[in-house]
Design a protein around this ligand. Structure first.
Ligand code: PLP
Length: 398
């Protein structure tokens, strides 16, 4: 029988991603026949566009069912370079791209190649739940700079400077962000980039939500700012959110050549190539018609326009207006300290547990992303579900 004595210190320290755990709990309750509405998972509700699925079927029929180069097919790496040129106006070469099993794997490759034991990475909170754990798995130390919904989750640059030490090697950016949907302004990104430059730091820029922007915003990547910043920025990206392709597991990193070469070597030892059929599908996604990207973006914006005022109309909820992605992160501090139906609500975890038990609505507690006092609702689900979910939440809190 496995017990802690045969598991490494790292193995013992691991916990499952809280969003995955929350949605697994919701699925279990659903399987038990409970009418649970899930707002926990960050996954577009749209099907993968048909032309992408067709390309995957063709790849199978054409026999593209064998190993590919570990870092991805030449065609897909070239398509990623061309799409990045189209989207950011920045030129890269295919050798700078490593295609992985999702954006999550691309990020893990980045940390493993970037960090020595004890190296510090500055992360802005609220952060995506996996960042601190990923950095720690790679031997690094996450250093958190908090931001507040009152300030649209924009960081205070003086606070950032104060967190930089001799051990700092990188600053992590994620705009638009998970879990707040916050979009850093151009000034903020420029400010962070200059701080990275003057301290000789790398910027890891997770741009997985860059196509889901509202109110006419355009994406800003630090790699666009100048040649030095292009060199010191490592981009993580993927097809999951833009093309409703979460299950296909294709993401990538774009980095200076030597870094990408070493990340490719790591991947060749660890997983080899990501699925050949999924790579063919991702190629079709990047090179085919882009209409579905705009349609999904618009649907998310319409939902955002509905959900934010509806939440703000509820007593004790203060919901900042996200500029992108498909999440809201309302402030629920007014509810902390209450006792509802005999349950004490001490923190965001109690709040989300209460909503799950009482309203059969699954959400994610803010403490999982370094933002106690908030909870995350993913609005990547139908308008009907959103309306019913909000009705249940309001009723449970009243
Ligand atoms: N980065 C952020 C901020 C995310 O929210 C996610 C997924 O939820 C990922 C990266 C990883 O995406 P995937 O591994 O599905 O491509």
């Amino acid at each position: 029988m496995l017990d802690s004595r045969i598991i490494s210190t790292l193995g013992n320290s691991l916990t499952a991603s809280p969003t995955m755990a929350m949605s697994a709990l919701a699925s279990k309750m659903k399987a038990e026949g409970k009418d649970v509405l899930s707002f926990a998972v960050g996954e577009p509700d749209f099907p993968t566009p048909p032309h992408i699925c067709e390309a995957a079927k063709r790849a199978i029929d054409d026999g593209q069912t064998k190993y590919t180069p570990a870092s991805g097919t030449p065609a897909l790496r070239k398509a990623i370079v061309e799409a990045t040129q189209r989207d950011l106006g920045v030129s890269y070469e295919p050798e700078q791209v490593v295609v992985s099993n999702g954006g999550k794997h691309a990020l893990m490759n980045i940390w493993r190649i970037l960090l020595n034991p004890g190296d510090e990475v500055v992360i802005f909170a609220p952060y995506w739940v996996s960042y601190p754990d990923q950095v720690q798995i790679a031997g690094g130390v996450p250093v958190v700079v908090p931001t507040s919904g009152d300030n649209d989750f924009q960081p205070d640059l003086e606070e950032l400077k104060a967190k930089i030490t001799r051990r700092t090697v990188a600053i992590l950016l994620n705009s638009p962000s998970n879990p707040a949907g916050s979009v850093f302004t151009r000034e903020t990104i420029e400010g962070i980039a200059r701080i990275a430059q003057s301290n000789g730091l790398t910027i890891v820029s997770d741009e997985i939500y860059k196509h889901i922007l509202f109110d006419g915003r355009s994406h800003v990547s630090p790699a666009q700012l100048d040649d030095d910043l292009r060199e010191r920025t490592i981009i993580a990206d993927g097809v999951a959110k833009t093309y409703a392709m979460t299950g296909w597991r294709i993401g990538w990193l774009i980095a200076p050549k030597h870094f990408a070469k070493q990340a490719g070597s790591l991947q060749s030892q660890e997983t080899s190539n990501p699925c050949s059929i999924s790579q063919a599908a991702a190629l079709a996604a990047l090179t085919g018609p882009q209409d579905s990207v705009g349609q999904m973006r618009q649907a998310f914006e319409e939902r955002r326009n509905f959900i934010v005022p509806a939440l703000n109309a509820m007593a004790g909820i203060n919901c900042p207006n996200p500029g992108g992605a498909f999440y809201v992160l309302p402030d629920i501090t007014a509810h902390l300290g209450r006792t509802l139906k005999g349950q004490q609500i001490k923190d965001s975890f109690d709040f989300c547990s209460y909503l799950l038990d009482e309203a059969l609505v699954s959400t994610v507690h803010g403490s999982a992303s370094g933002s106690e006092g908030y909870f995350r609702i993913s609005f990547a689900c139908s308008m009907e579900q959103i309306k019913e979910g909000l009705r249940r939440i309001e009723q449970a809190l009243s």
